[in-house]
Design a protein around this ligand. Structure first.
Ligand SMILES: [Zn+2]
Length: 419
């Protein structure tokens, strides 16, 4: 009798607690109805709660240029840095957990040689970030690693290789770079290489993927490296769709609908094919990627300023000139806003649903052109708030932050281990 009473009482308590728990109340929150401050607060909480993966951050190359070598740390990203878009404190603020470190090989290396050595040096430098500040950063080779580091409060550093040039002409290098920790390969960069044609190169050396490139895609499937279709030509993309046995990613591409004629972005048919492949397009934040008129607007602003300086016999460094430039830039802001990035996400969702879109900022790679409200890794919550305003659910946000790319990554891992 007494026991029953206590049981009844504790059940009552439990149900009371459940009705007050965040899980229970979430159902009733309509984020579109919140005021902007409350919505931003909700977005910040989600950014912290969910794992956030960014498909493309160019930190290794920024460090290379900034003189971070194996001997010294000229660029200390464990603290707030003056320049650049990425460092530890700002990542923590923005809720970024796993920026894919871009092991970026400029096309020049495929002509003069040394691509493999250069890739190795950038991989070592990335490892050195993790080794130098082990309480803040950790290398990551799988979604499981990232989940573990997230729980420990560390920023994961997974690696993607931008440009397949380091594979040189030896198929065994695919397995070599998997061994070194590379988890995606962007098949080309700005020029055609041995593997594929590039969207930026009009030569069209192979008319898509080369025969060797087709072998490379199969080998990437076999060893468990994600195929990244950013930067390749349209024909190469369609060739990849024919060959790959696993879902693929576009690590940092946006929707061509907003940038007509810009082959570097994906058109609607390609996005539909990518979804059919169960892949994911990770949206690039750069001005040229999200706004077809961005380049024209910035060049007009630049031209006006150059003319004004000449007319007034001033140089950019003069105090009087700086005041004028700042004011003019404010009045004639050429930058797109964070809402434009949300438009790209909306467009992909309207075409193929919520399961095929993610984030691939290109931070530290497109520096000056970033949208207002999305200038560095501390600002993802502004984008999340904009999506909440448009009616995206909490589940949707989680998929965009990491759920979708993890699904692809796990499918690639599974295919490789079953082989
Ligand atoms: Zn790129």
């Amino acid at each position: 009798m007494k026991k029953e009473f206590y049981r009844g009482f504790s059940l009552l308590l439990l149900s009371l607690m459940a009705s007050c728990s965040p899980e229970a109340s979430e159902e009733t929150v309509d984020y579109t109805e919140l005021n902007p401050e409350a919505r931003l607060e909700a977005a910040k909480e989600m950014a912290q709660e969910f794992i956030m993966v960014d498909g493309h951050v160019d930190l290794p190359y920024r460090m290379k240029v900034g003189g971070f070598t194996l001997q010294r740390e000229a660029l200390d990203v464990s603290v707030r840095t003056d320049g650049g878009n990425f460092d530890y404190p700002r990542s923590k603020e923005g809720g970024l957990d796993a920026p894919f470190m871009s092991i970026y090989i400029p096309a020049g290396y495929q002509e003069r040689g040394g691509a493999k050595d250069f890739a190795d040096s950038l991989i070592k430098m990335t490892e050195r970030v993790a080794n130098t500040w082990p309480d803040k950063f950790a290398m990551a080779y799988s979604p499981d690693d990232i989940q573990k580091h997230h729980a420990e409060g560390k920023i994961s550093l997974p690696m993607g290789m931008e440009n397949g040039a380091p594979l040189e002409d030896d198929i065994n290098n695919v397995a070599y770079f998997h061994e070194r920790g590379i988890r995606y390969i962007t098949l080309t960069h700005s020029k055609d290489n041995l593997i594929s044609d590039s969207s930026y190169d009009t030569t069209r050396t192979h008319g898509g993927l080369s025969e060797y490139g087709k072998e490379v895609v199969k080998e990437m499937n076999r060893v468990g490296i994600m195929v990244d279709v950013s930067h390749i030509s349209d024909q190469a993309f369609w060739d990849v769709m024919e060959i790959t046995e696993t879902p693929v990613i576009a690590s940092h591409s946006s929707a061509r609908k907003f940038t007509p004629g810009f082959e570097r972005n994906m058109d609607d048919d390609m996005i539909k094919a990518l979804a059919k492949n169960d892949g994911v397009i990770m949206i690039n934040f750069g001005g040229n990627f999200i706004d077809g008129n961005y380049r024209e607007r910035t060049s007009k602003v630049r031209e006006h300023i150059v003319n004004w300086l000449a007319e007034n016999n001033l140089s950019r460094s003069d105090i009087a000139a700086q005041a004028y430039i700042n004011q003019y830039m404010m009045d004639n802001d050429p930058f797109p806003s964070v809402t434009v990035v949300a438009d790209h996400i909306d467009h992909v969702v309207s075409l193929v649903g919520i399961n095929h879109v993610g984030l691939g900022s290109d931070f530290d790679g497109v520096g000056d052109s970033l949208p207002t409200g999305l200038k560095d890794v501390s600002m993802y919550p502004n984008l999340i708030a904009e999506l909440l305003k448009r009616g995206y659910s909490k589940d949707d946000i989680e998929k965009i932050c990491s759920g979708n790319v993890f699904r692809v990554w796990r499918a690639v891992e599974k295919f490789a281990t079953n082989d």
